[in-house]
Design a protein. Sequence first.
Length: 77
Amino acid sequence: MGKVKTQHIKRIGKELMARFPAKFSNNFDNNKHAVDKLTEGATTKVRNQVAGYITHTISLTQAADSPSESVENEISD
């Protein structure tokens, strides 16, 4: 399995992150349960793919934010 996600998975993931940003973190299991509660009728495979996409996206945004904050702190000191 590669990292390529279909537009359907990305659309659902982006919509859920936009509507419920506080419910998701970089923990896959927590995201899986949140996606399960928020989406009705989704199969297990789709649920896991959406949760994985959300987890991956949040991890990337947190990783991108962390170095810039430390660089900004070093510059201002």
